[in-house]
Design a protein around this ligand. Sequence first.
Ligand code: BES
Ligand code: ZN
Ligand code: ZN
Length: 493
Amino acid sequence: MRIEFQARNYTDLACDLLAYPVFENEARESPSLKALDKATRGVAGTVLSTGEFKPELHRACLIHRPARLKARRLVLVGAGKEPEFSLGRLREVAGTAVRVARQSRCKSVALLMRGGFPAPESTQVSAEGALYGNYESEIYKTRDIETRDVEEVVLLSERRTRRSDAGEGIRRGAIVGNAVNFARTLGNEPANVLTPSQLAEQALSLVARTGLEVQILERADMERLGMNTMLAVSRGSDQPPKLIILRIPEQKSRKDAPLFALVGKGVTFDSGGISIKPMEKMEDMKADMAGGAAVLAAMSALAELGPKHPVMGIIPSAENLPGGKATKPGDIVKSYAGKTIEIISTDAEGRLLLADALAYARTLGATRLIDVATLTGACVVALGHIYAGMMGTDQEILERLRCGSRITGERFWQLPLDDDYRKDIRSEIADIKNVGNRWGGAITAAKFLQEFVENTPWVHLDIAGMDIDHDGRPYAAKGATGFGVRTLIHLFT
Ligand code: BES
Ligand code: ZN
Ligand code: ZN
């Protein structure tokens, strides 16, 4: 998809579809709407004033052959309430415009970027949204396929804009948007295709394109290093585990600057293992590597954008299956950090992988830790599919994550982490056990992870329930969402 910026009046721009965001309760007499009304010979004003079209967020109204516009079609896109309009919403509006275009088989789209945001940001999020909206997940259909991809997007501004600002915004938006879509593709891939080895191959394939440095630890390396929780999780599967390490070369840093490690859960399929899951929706567990995909995608984008803090990525990847050699409930393993773990449920495998990966990140010199994982169903029970959970000991980052959602559109809600929760994962026989009781499961999972970060400032993002969108959105196809990628990039740019 080509994306460009043009500073000109929308009336004389020839394209298949012109998208015009309209705010709820926007006065019909406002100069903008008056001009639009005139350009459509009264049609825009009529659909709004009759209530035929209510500009609620993401509703769209298609108007064919608008009288005084060069565009073949005009779509009014509901932008919600004006005071609530944000860069996050502008991104979604761009996505909605592109998806309307896909439905109407339009190849060229122009979007009027309203909201008065400065150019580098408005062009960036619009480009991101357009790429997000243009993505389709039907990769394995062999029949009735029809490419409806939008080929060209023109971003129009009502503000005076420096071309270089717009150009830079589009460049960044394309990098971020493609990274998010890359994570979505990984999430949508079935587990027979995307094994831990394939995830490692995907990481290696980024080397040439982005300059990312990639190192893969194999099973033998894990045995040598004593990464027994990694080994325990993968024991039931014929697929070997992989520990993927991502570095950005030549990161300029002061000696005392912190080194961040992004650690992403990369379970390419989670059957539960011997503690096997019920069949309902088990197929969704192909996306149990969404945290790993988010780290991989974010690191590839950061390699191109240049992060403002030194950062590395670590993705422990395994397949969790039952089998003759599989780990059993009651088994005890000694983690890389030296602590012994009683495995009560083999379905609480994510925290086992992360235990070794977090501890290893510290060995590699990381002084700040951020992990991203589809970790607990309990988090979905607590927050639904709207907010991801966040916990941790680095309150500054937690605060930045909370505030960042207006820009990234990805929402996080902090859950407590008091030491009182620790007693639920006390084991009679080992240092710790890998599950608590029924209550506060997202928190006890985080308490388990905390044992392995020790005193290193750390943030844990539980993105279970955010990885797949079964319904689709006006601005997005159904399927894997790529949740987390934008947030991770935003933290470092
Ligand atoms: N991958 C799952 C968590 C999950 C659930 C992700 C729903 C996405 C949607 C995780 O490995 C798991 O199975 N967790 C268990 C933990 C339990 C055994 C303590 C859970 O949440 O049931
Ligand atoms: Zn599990
Ligand atoms: Zn899992």
